[in-house]
Design a protein around this ligand. Structure first.
Ligand SMILES: *[C@@H]1O[C@H](CO)[C@@H](O)[C@H](O)[C@H]1NC(C)=O
Ligand SMILES: *[C@@H]1O[C@H](CO)[C@@H](O)[C@H](O)[C@H]1NC(C)=O
Ligand SMILES: *[C@@H]1O[C@H](CO)[C@@H](O)[C@H](O)[C@H]1NC(C)=O
Ligand SMILES: *[C@@H]1O[C@H](CO)[C@@H](O)[C@H](O)[C@H]1NC(C)=O
Ligand SMILES: *[C@@H]1O[C@H](CO)[C@@H](O)[C@H](O)[C@H]1NC(C)=O
Ligand SMILES: *[C@@H]1O[C@H](CO)[C@@H](O)[C@H](O)[C@H]1NC(C)=O
Ligand SMILES: *[C@@H]1O[C@H](CO)[C@@H](O)[C@H](O)[C@H]1NC(C)=O
Ligand SMILES: *[C@@H]1O[C@H](CO)[C@@H](O)[C@H](O)[C@H]1NC(C)=O
Length: 643
């Protein structure tokens, strides 16, 4: 946890006088701050005898090579293809080196801060100690100030810049307190990440039997199977291949699952079938009142994977899950499946951010009183996550650190699927600039995950006809408009595996909008970032899905449905691999998927409206609406089985 400043020691402190110390030729500026929000006011010099809780984040080794290593392990033509790493290998590869630890400790000792005062985190990620205001200012050749957020009253300590000796710069990621002021909370909770799926509409027609005759009106499990040629499971599922599904602040209902299983008897899923719990930091499921997201995820996955099991990664105690007490997302989940994530440092974060929940949760009577769960669960081979938020709703460093962690999961052989969002080229938080610039979704735009857009079977078409991009105006049939999330990242550049696909799209189907490609948002009137990672990668049906929710047979939709369909198909193929005597895990799939566009049903009709435009258009080949297209099970199986 990064609640590191003892603010009470500083309250009402008077600025003491001491001149900024000049930095010598042995030192260099390590970090320097840019402009800060006008909300930060009343900056007052920190008292010389104040207790400063200092944390030095040590640089993770080899992080800059992580991308190349993942691409190598995920590249079917490499001799290292599918040579996955153990958790320990990954940890050792990226842990700060002993050399870094000793170089930094020497510097501290030379400055009078001896070993006995220093705490070293278990995973070697950081060194911590308490120093007086004076001591820290001398160490870093700077002045520290206490700032107050005029809107919330929050206090924070920071300097405009600080110095460290040149020879240890390479060993240090960053120091806190340093230049950073915390991400400003908004008074309302508009930044909270959201679930794309909502139960929006009760169908006008009576429940029908499970068949594929009316798939243009209601997508049943039989429709999904027919659309993508998914046969009934014939192999015995492996006990090592449970399908992972993430949920937060949304809970499945057993009675709804049972009603659904009963409604579709040909799948022979008995009442009481439920996911294997992997509950994180005080989360619990099921609840009596469901859970449109959880119910949707399980009702799509079970018919495809049963009798394989589902592992439910349900996160956070009720105090934090309900949303008003934390703005972070996914970090407590990542902590639980990779212990080193709990304390590893990147770009100003060592372990969880102040935006994230704090455990033990002392603030709520029903809160989780245990320690933050670190590395307690093994990640499943395949993980499906139907939660997204906009890239701009969270600090950039927060997203980058998380995306690096998905890179590490890929190295361990985990395939991660994310819904691409339900707001077309916009996000649920709206658009950027003057509400006209497209707003990419995260983690859909992280280059180390597979993001899944949504398709729809339009009226009067059958499962043998082509699907189109999902794009429903508000009220038809859902309350709010829904369009398959897609576009180009402002944070991550175009990865190699999709460079040809993206170039082909721009060359042959150039979007009719101005764009920017440098660091200035909206430059030249641009609406999207021409040098950003394109998403989604793939797609699957996400409209008019038959579900039970709170006892009612109804429809639901969203890319929330698409992600578990795609993840379930990959899970099934891994079972086929294991049954054929091969090793199961497939890891990060994008490189092999982009090399095998033939394994997809290309979607060439429809757009993803948003920000007052029609959005991008689908096109032959990859497009930023439906990616490579929807899966063709037999073809995808052939690609992924014969490697
Ligand atoms: C699924 O979980 C149940 C209950 O833990 C177990 O009995 C069964 O063997 C598991 N099935 C597979 C395929 O792992
Ligand atoms: C499951 O994994 C364990 C340990 O990783 C291994 O010993 C066992 O053989 C695996 N079982 C199957 C059916 O693959
Ligand atoms: C399974 O549960 C559903 C929903 O509660 C119920 O309608 C059905 O009768 C149950 N079936 C069996 C065999 O118990
Ligand atoms: C508990 O609540 C208080 C007041 O709302 C807040 O200042 C403090 O940070 C909270 N502590 C935790 C651990 O969330
Ligand atoms: C924002 O849009 C409004 C309405 O179109 C326009 O009047 C205004 O000038 C725009 N502001 C900027 C800064 O572009
Ligand atoms: C679907 O078919 C019906 C009956 O032929 C027709 O009335 C309706 O207009 C058709 N809808 C579309 C979108 O083509
Ligand atoms: C556009 O994307 C590039 C490549 O990732 C990035 O360097 C640049 O900062 C982005 N521009 C904006 C305005 O976010
Ligand atoms: C970036 O934009 C400028 C101006 O619109 C253009 O000249 C240049 O070719 C673009 N570069 C790329 C890589 O698209």
């Amino acid at each position: 946890m990064t609640r590191i400043i003892s603010l009470t020691a500083l309250v009402a402190a008077l600025a003491t006088f001491s001149a900024a110390r000049p930095s010598s030729h042995t030192h260099a500026v390590h970090e320097k701050r840019g402009a800060i929000s006008a909300r930060w006011s009343n900056a007052m010099r920190v008292r010389s005898d104040a207790d400063m809780h200092v944390k030095i984040g040590l640089r993770q080794s080899n992080l800059h090579h992580g991308h190349d290593i993942l691409m190598d392990v995920s590249n079917p033509s490499s001799k290292n293809y599918r040579k996955f790493w153990t958790e320990e290998d990954v940890h050792n590869m990226f842990a700060p080196s002993d050399e870094s630890v000793s170089a930094v400790k020497h510097w501290l000792a030379d400055s009078g801060i001896h070993d006995i005062r220093i705490t070293h985190s278990d995973n070697k990620g950081w060194l911590a100690f308490i120093a007086s205001g004076d001591e820290l200012e001398n160490l870093l050749h700077t002045d520290f100030y206490e700032y107050i957020d005029s809107e919330t009253g929050d206090k924070a300590i920071a300097a405009e810049q600080y110095h460290v000796p040149k020879h240890i710069q390479g060993h240090i990621d960053y120091i806190t307190p340093g230049i950073r002021l915390p991400y400003l909370r908004k008074r309302s909770n508009v930044n909270k990440i959201y679930k794309p799926a909502q139960t929006r509409h009760v169908p006008k027609f009576a429940p029908m039997s499970a068949n594929t005759i009316a798939c243009d009106k209601l997508i049943t499990p039989d429709c999904v199977a027919a659309l993508y040629n998914i046969p009934k499971a014939t192999v015995t599922p492996s006990p090592n291949n449970s399908l992972g599904i993430f949920e937060e602040n949304d809970y499945y209902t057993q009675s709804d699952l049972d009603s659904f299983f009963t409604h579709f008897p040909s799948y022979k899923i008995p009442n009481g079938t439920a996911p294997t719990p992997a509950f994180i930091d005080g989360a619990k499921a099921p609840e009596h009142f469901g859970g449109s997201e959880s119910n949707l995820d399980f009702m799509l996955a079970y018919p495809i994977i049963y009798p394989q099991n589902i592992t439910l990664y349900q996160t956070d105690d009720p105090y934090y899950a309900t949303g008003s007490h934390s703005q972070g997302y996914f970090n407590t989940f990542l902590d639980a499946i990779d212990g080193s994530y709990c304390t590893s440092c990147y770009a100003g974060e060592c372990g969880n951010d102040p935006l994230d929940p704090i455990y033990p949760d002392v603030n709520s009577t029903s809160g989780y009183k245990g320690k933050l769960m670190c590395g307690v669960y093994k990640p499943t081979n395949v993980i499906s996550i139907s939660y997204v938020g906009s890239e701009d709703s969270i600090p950039r460093y927060y997203y980058e650190r998380q995306c690096n962690e998905f890179m590490k999961l890929g190295l361990r052989g985990v395939s991660v699927f994310f819904a691409s969002g339900d707001s077309g080229v916009a996000s649920r938080n709206g658009c950027l600039g003057n509400n006209t610039i497209f707003n990419p979704e995260r983690p859909a735009s992280c280059p180390y995950i597979t993001s899944v857009g949504a398709t729809k079977l339009p009226e009067n078409r059958t499962v043998n006809d082509p699907e189109v991009a999902a794009n429903d105006p508000a009220g038809h049939p859902y309350i709010s408009a829904f369009a398959s999330g897609g576009g180009f990242s402002n944070v991550f550049s175009i990865p190699n595996y999709q460079a040809d696909a993206v170039a082909n799209y721009f060359e042959k189907h150039n979007p009719p909008y101005p764009y920017y490609n440098g660091s200035i948002l909206g430059e030249n009137g641009g609406l999207y970032n021409r040098s950003g990672r394109g998403y989604p990668d793939v797609s699957a049906n996400g409209d008019n899905i038959a579900v039970y929710n709170n006892g009612k047979y109804t429809i639901n939709g969203g890319t929330s449905a698409s992600a578990p369909i795609f993840a379930s198909i990959v899970n099934r193929i891994i079972d086929e691999r294991i049954a054929a005597g091969k090793s199961g895990p497939l890891g990060f799939l994008n490189p092999i998927l982009y090399k095998n566009a033939d394994a997809f049903n290309d979607i060439t009709e429809g757009t993803n409206s948003g920000c007052g435009t029609d959005g991008f258009s689908t096109a032959p080949g990859w497009d930023p609406v439906t990616g490579l297209g929807t899966p063709n099970y037999p073809k995808l199986k052939e690609v992924l089985l014969n490697i």
